[in-house]
Design a binder for this molecule. Structure first.
Ligand code: ADP
Ligand code: MG
Ligand code: ZN
Length: 717
């Protein structure tokens, strides 16, 4: 706390700028005195004042300035010229016109709007080309340029300036010089809490800060100063940024472990810091707060949601940046965009940047494809993160499906050092999520309906499309919304029952309707999976076959019962799943003599399983296949300890590949045999499916008497 009496009484803007940036002013002045061109990067609003303060210092050293701002003294009767052409004319005059004063004073040519002169999207305009040529034409001219960081500046111009000074906000040590006694009175009793203020204005430059504090309304020494603080926060939000309002505990269901990790390792440390008074201790804690965090896990599991909840409890503004978009939409300008994102974040600190799908541009080196955009983006990201002042409240969260897929350079201490796994929701998580949306959407789920929904959302869905088939929080929310729509349509206010849940699980309103020809293909495909599953010993029992589609967007699917032992997967079970995956494709070939793209995902998954079986789990194949089990062991170790594939010999790799191929061939042949052998059963089942759209376990066991039965499945309505 700084006593009110120690604060300045009155503070003109120019004095504020001098008080805020003594170091920057000295550096700029020294560099110019040594004849080094200087580029100042700051917001437009600061330029005039910073220049005025610098000019005073330069004068003391007998250095004079020419200010080239495009505002020509207007002759009477003459049309005013546009800003940029006038600036260029002035620039030309300065470079070529031999009107240099004969006095000995050195001169600095000041370009307050360097960015306006050369702003371009991609290639340079002809005006900009002329500017570049002029700037390089006379090496005796000493330049002082200003550019706003939110404008582009061509490299060729930036390179002209050996000395660059970036100004974002105000350093915490200077802040006390920028708050007047009047301001402090508006902010509460007992003097000025500089840490509290800094947290909210660290990115605001001196001029804007003065304007902001000067505009604070309200009485002096308010009993409740929170409205004034809210006013400050509102004023420091850049552009369309906002602070989300989301509670970690109330708005996110389940995930107790994730929540307590966030609280213990981030929120509490920051809270503790804010309670401290001793600058040394504060600095110590600041060093411990993770700036960069990785949230990893499958899509829809609430990674963005957690990020927003963190922002909410820190009062931080959020920018959500989509990685693939950042990379693809502005090829060549991606670094520039990254830089701008960080500037905006720093200017509106406290703030948080979320890079969704960070791996889209920050994947493991070596797996980069193409142009090298990724390299420069990663480097830019690291530069920006290394450039924070440690007391700035700017956080970066990257989300990705697999943390291993990220460039290792990003994971070092001081960068994305905090990693948090957010997996698919477990049963109690699903229950908590269901309860949130049950309450929010007024579903009044009965106890039994809730239990049923928790159970059904635990089933993996084996679809013929690109879904992994597991329920995320996002899917659960979609289920609840479907329930809410059902209730709305039928004007229901009573309980939501098991039957309602069942209907919502299978009726996706946004489903494409299939033509009869398409239905035939989908039904054949799904029954192919089912028949192979029925006739392979280690496949799980079938719970449901459907061509009505489902919430996850699959056209058709075969859903299996929960296996009795979830965590032990045997070699035989894996092999049978591979066989079953081929069933859809083989059925299409057998009955329709055609192949559709619906099988592509099955083949991909079969390959993944085969690779896992041989490389990762090191499971031995028939030795006749020419495969050495020890190779697999090597692969296992190499994989697990992060060495990548490089350390395996060519021969070993070839042998592993051959094993995978022969395993896939063998299982495809087995699937074909099963399909041929049970062709009649397949046709009958398919026709039944076409008629009923959904076949549950009970109907299936009537149709195929020797089918395995899943334990205790609830009957359909
Ligand atoms: P991710 O970033 O992991 O892909 P999101 O955070 O975007 O997932 O989640 C998508 C939506 O799913 C959220 O907006 C929210 O509605 C819902 N959701 C996901 N997980 C949960 C959860 N644990 N509690 C409540 N809603 C959730
Ligand atoms: Mg997301
Ligand atoms: Zn399939």
């Amino acid at each position: 706390m700084i006593p009110e009496s120690e604060l300045p009484d009155d503070l003109p803007l120019l004095a504020a700028v001098e008080a805020a940036y003594p170091d920057e002013l000295t550096r700029a002045c020294e560099a110019l005195a040594r004849s080094l061109p200087v580029l100042i990067e700051c917001e437009k609003g600061l330029v005039g004042f910073f220049y005025a303060a610098l000019r005073t210092r330069l004068r003391r050293r007998q250095i004079r300035c020419n200010y080239i701002d495009g505002r020509a003294p207007q002759e009477p009767g003459q049309m005013p010229m546009a800003l940029v052409p006038t600036m260029i004319a002035q620039l030309r005059e300065a470079v070529r016109g031999g009107t240099h004063d004969e006095d000995d004073a050195r001169r600095v040519m000041v370009l307050p709007h360097l960015d306006l002169l050369t702003t371009s999207s991609g290639s340079l305009t002809s005006e900009a080309r002329e500017v570049v040529a002029l700037l390089y034409e006379n090496p005796n001219i000493l330049w002082l340029g200003f550019r706003d960081p939110s404008f582009n500046l061509p490299k060729v111009i930036a390179n002209l300036f050996q000395h660059r000074i970036g100004i974002i906000g105000v350093a915490r040590e200077r802040l006390a010089h920028l708050v007047t006694q009047r301001d402090a009175r508006k902010l509460g009793r007992g003097g000025l809490d500089i840490y509290k203020l800094y947290k909210r204005v660290s990115g605001v430059h001196a001029v804007r800060l003065r304007q902001l504090l000067g505009s604070l309304e309200g009485e002096d020494y308010p009993d409740d100063p929170s409205p004034v603080w809210a006013q400050i926060r509102q004023a420091t939000l850049e552009g369309d940024l906002s602070v989300p309002e989301l509670s970690l505990d109330d708005d996110i269901g389940g995930y107790a472990e994730v929540k307590s990790k966030i609280k213990d390792d981030i929120l509490e440390i920051i809270a503790r810091k804010e309670a401290l008074e001793d600058p040394k201790q504060i600095a110590l804690i600041e060093g411990l707060i993770p700036r960069g965090m990785i949230f990893w896990g499958p899509p829809g599991t609430g990674k963005t949601l957690f990020a927003k909840a963190i922002a909410s409890s820190l009062g931080a503004a959020v920018q959500i940046v989509n990685g693939p978009e950042l990379k693809s939409r502005w090829v060549g300008e991606s670094e520039e965009n990254l830089r701008r994102i960080f500037i905006q974040a720093r200017q509106s600190a406290p703030s948080l940047i979320v890079f969704d799908e960070l791996d889209s541009f920050a994947a493991q080196r070596g797996t980069y494809t193409g142009s090298g955009v990724e390299h420069s983006m990663v480097n830019q990201l690291l530069t920006e993160m290394d450039g924070f002042r440690s007391n700035e409240m700017v956080f970066v969260i990257g989300t990705t499906n697999f943390v291993e897929s990220l460039d290792a350079a990003l994971l070092r201490p001081g960068r994305f050092e905090f990693q948090l796994h957010i997996p698919y929701p477990k049963a109690d998580d699903r229950e908590a999520i269901l309860k949130i949306y049950d309450q929010r959407l007024g579903l009044h789920m009965s106890e039994a309906a809730l239990t049923h929904a928790v159970r059904q959302t635990g089933h993996p869905i084996e679809g013929s499309d690109a879904h992994t088939g597991r329920w995320s929080g996002d899917h659960i929310q979609a289920l609840c919304r479907a329930l809410a729509r059902q209730r709305l349509r039928s004007a229901r206010t009573d309980e939501t029952t098991i039957t309602d849940v069942e209907r919502a699980l299978t009726a996706n309103l946004d489903l494409p309707t299939l033509t009869p020809a398409e239905e035939l293909v989908v039904a054949t495909h799904e029954c192919g999976h089912a028949i192979v599953a029925l006739h392979t010993e280690h496949s799980p029992a079938i719970d449901r076959i459907s061509i009505r589609g489902d919430l996850t967007g699959a056209l058709g699917f075969v859903r299996y019962a929960d296996p009795a032992h979830k965590y032990v997967v045997t070699h035989d079970q894996l092999v049978d799943s591979i066989t079953t995956l081929f069933g859809g494709r083989e059925a299409e070939l057998e009955l329709l003599d055609q192949l559709t793209i619906g099988s592509a995902h099955d083949l991909e998954r079969a390959t993944v399983l085969a690779k896992a079986l041989i490389e990762t789990f090191g499971m031995r194949l028939d030795p006749d296949a020419g495969h050495d089990a020890r190779d697999a062991q090597v692969a296992l170790e190499v994989r697990d300890f992060g060495g990548g594939h490089q350390e395996l010999s060519e021969r070993t790799l070839e042998s592993l590949d051959a094993s995978i191929r022969s395993l896939l061939d063998r299982e495809r042949t087995r699937a074909r045999q099963i399909i041929r052998e049970h062709r009649d059963e397949l046709v009958a089942l398919r026709d039944l499916l076409l008629e009923k759209k959904v076949i549950d376990a009970k109907t299936l066991s009537e149709q195929v008497p020797d089918a395995k039965h899943p334990p205790e499945t609830p009957a359909l309505e």
